[in-house]
Design a protein around this ligand. Structure first.
Ligand code: ADP
Ligand code: MG
Length: 595
């Protein structure tokens, strides 16, 4: 019966009938599905990612009929990651459409990830018919309550007439101020309820665009004063600057003042990584010795070591700029805290600094100290990357990848060492061109992000490529999305850096010896995965073939071939030394404050 229903839904004739039905009194009747679809369209929503089933199959068809793009994925979590990545890339929330109960619950990890990263997202879930609530309805769950902790706004429209109001509000909450998550709950009874079309209040469709928040001029003056008197100033560029489309303003500021800057992982590319003023290769020293830090759209959380000693000087002064004043003075007290969009603030600051003729001399002791450190660190990476030893180490793999991909590619990356080491070697010279595990450190995001990025490229930058660099463990979380990439003909290049495990695994013989030593569940190392898994063979499920690489020339040849393919994904499985690791660090990556 169920399959019969689905077959009927997908018939084009039914699809037409579904759109609008004529009632006996000749007034045009419209149902909840179509009101929802039209409301989303009117709000400028373009992309929906999801998995359909009862009761949202008709919803997905109504969305397509309204002109939205619907991408069906293989796991709700991945769909949710894709929807939030499109939100970050376009500035408009992506929609994640899922079924009731488990469908929504699978999304929760994705919702938390979007909230924590401050990315706009609108999750819409079907829910069981309202007259089945409380008596054990199919997939019945407290969905609004479950979503509340993971969203800025969570509601169930009380009637079809009020759907446009809630859609407008949900989109506004997801986009305005600090971006985040909205949730709309759509019971089956609401989706199928019909009302006269002329009773749907169209004026909710017309909310205007949100204006940029401008800074208080007094605070701009104070910031300019502090920065121009600093001996060792440092600019930190976060993904708030990327999301706020502040790239031109921030690049001009850096060029004019010659102040060294450090991008956060997803702040990379706001100012090109290849800029002479980027001091990523002297990151530890830059943080440790800066006397004034200009923080542009980044939080002083674990990723920036809380802004505290021992990673910063105890008397370092912070100029904090954020769209969200709740963030001010969160882990250290900021000297100047400016509530503003990054772009207008940076433009105003640049004007003030140019009035003061401020520019840091390349011969200053600050630049000299940083340059020296940069040279030393670059030399270490170069040595590692040029190593001829097999199996390969991470540095050699990333050097080969960087040399053989288009320079303006979008890099999606996740994994532990894979992501950390790759961040330094895979360069971003354009904003919003890096998507990774982010503030929440979430594994499994890669394929979903890559699907969204490739959709965006097809529509807005057709020559641009998406390179998805995955650790082998990370790839396992959402690897089945390769089918989604095939179905939508998305030419994502997936590079799996395969070291047989989480952090690191074992060589075949070592693994066999370990497993032979006792009960399998007691002696298989928890970090280990099977040795030399042939992930590239997943391509064969679709009649294509993948690449297995053990050497630099093999990586180069595989990438050359993959770049030519434009209508399907590629998998390049690179087997590396299972014990390969990263450069010894001055501080453990999670160094706590000693305060
Ligand atoms: P990163 O991961 O790069 O360190 P975070 O996610 O920690 O970045 O911080 C991003 C910050 O940027 C958040 O505090 C958010 O409120 C802020 N933000 C987002 N958009 C804007 C904008 N348009 N202008 C200013 N700040 C913004
Ligand atoms: Mg691994």
């Amino acid at each position: 019966m169920f399959l019969g229903r689905i077959a009927r839904f997908t018939q084009p004739l039914f699809r037409r009938n579904l759109h609008i039905t004529r009632k006996l009194n000749q007034a045009m009747a419209v149902d909840g599905n179509n009101i929802l679809a039209e409301s989303l369209k009117k709000q400028g929503i373009e992309y929906v990612f999801g998995i359909v089933g009862i009761p949202v199959i008709e919803t997905s068809l109504a969305l397509q009929a309204a002109g939205l793009k619907y991408v069906g994925m293989r796991n709700e979590q991945a769909a949710c990651y894709a929807a939030q990545a499109i939100g970050y890339l376009t500035g408009k929330p992506g929609v994640c459409l899922v079924v009731s109960g488990p469908g929504l619950l699978h999304c929760i990890g994705g919702m938390a990830n979007a909230q924590v990263n401050c990315w706009p997202l609108l999750v819409i879930a079907g829910s069981c018919p309202e007259d089945h609530e409380g008596i054990g309805g199919f997939q019945e769950w407290l969905q609004v309550e479950s979503s509340r902790m993971y969203s800025k706004y969570a509601a169930r429209p009380p009637s079809p007439r009020l759907i446009p109001l809630h859609v407008e509000k949900a989109v506004r909450y997801a986009s305005a101020g600090r971006p985040g998550v909205s949730y709309l709950d759509m019971p089956a009874t609401l989706l199928t309820a019909e009302i006269d079309e002329d009773k749907v209040p169209l004026d909710y469709y017309n909310a205007g665009p949100i204006q940029l928040a401008h800074p208080n001029p007094e605070l701009v003056e104070q910031a300019a004063d502090l920065l121009s008197k600093a001996e060792r100033p440092l600019i930190i560029v976060g993904k708030g600057a990327a999301y706020g489309r502040a790239e031109e303003a921030v690049s001009k500021l850096v060029e004019a003042t010659k102040v060294p800057f450090l991008p956060t992982p997803m702040g990379k590319g706001v100012v090109p990584d290849e800029s002479a003023y980027c001091v990523s290769t002297a990151r530890t020293q830059a943080l440790l010795q800066a006397d004034v830090v200009l923080l542009l759209g980044a939080r002083l959380n674990w990723m920036l070591h809380f802004g505290q000693p021992p990673r910063y000087a105890p008397d370092a002064k912070v100029i904090q700029v954020d769209i969200s004043p709740e963030e001010f003075h969160n882990s250290v007290k900021s000297e100047v805290a400016v509530h503003s969009d990054i772009k207008p603030f940076v433009e105003a600051l640049s004007r003030k600094l140019s009035e003061k003729n401020f520019s840091l001399a390349p011969t200053s002791s600050w630049w000299q100290a940083l340059s020296e450190k940069q040279k030393k660190n670059t030399q270490f990476v170069e040595e590692q990357a040029s190593s001829k030893l097999l199996p390969l180490n991470y540095y050699a793999v990333f050097k080969a990848v960087q040399a053989n991909i288009p320079r303006d590619s979008i890099i999606v990356s996740e994994g532990a060492n894979t992501m950390d080491i790759g961040r330094g070697i895979l360069l971003n010279n354009k904003p919003r061109h890096r998507l990774d595990a982010g503030t929440f450190g979430t594994m499994g995001v890669g394929p979903g992000f890559a699907v969204a990025a490739a959709m965006w490229c097809r529509d807005y930058a057709p020559d641009k490529r998406v390179i998805c660099v995955e650790g082998d463990s990370a790839f396992g979380f959402s690897g089945m999305e390769i089918e989604t990439m095939f179905r939508y003909k998305l030419p994502v290049i997936i590079v799996i850096v395969n070291n047989n495990g989480i952090y690191g695994g074992f060589e075949r013989q070592v693994m066999e010896d370990l497993q032979a030593s006792g009960d399998l569940a007691q002696c298989t190392p928890p970090t280990a995965l099977s040795t030399e898994v042939r992930y590239e063979k997943m391509m064969e499920m679709f009649g294509a073939s993948g690449h297995l690489c053990r050497t630099v020339p093999e990586i180069k040849a595989a990438l050359k071939e993959a770049v030519k393919v434009t209508d399907r994904p590629s998998i390049i499985n690179v087997l590396i030394d299972p014990q390969a690791s990263r450069k010894p660090q001055a501080f453990n990556w999670l160094t706590e404050s000693k305060l």
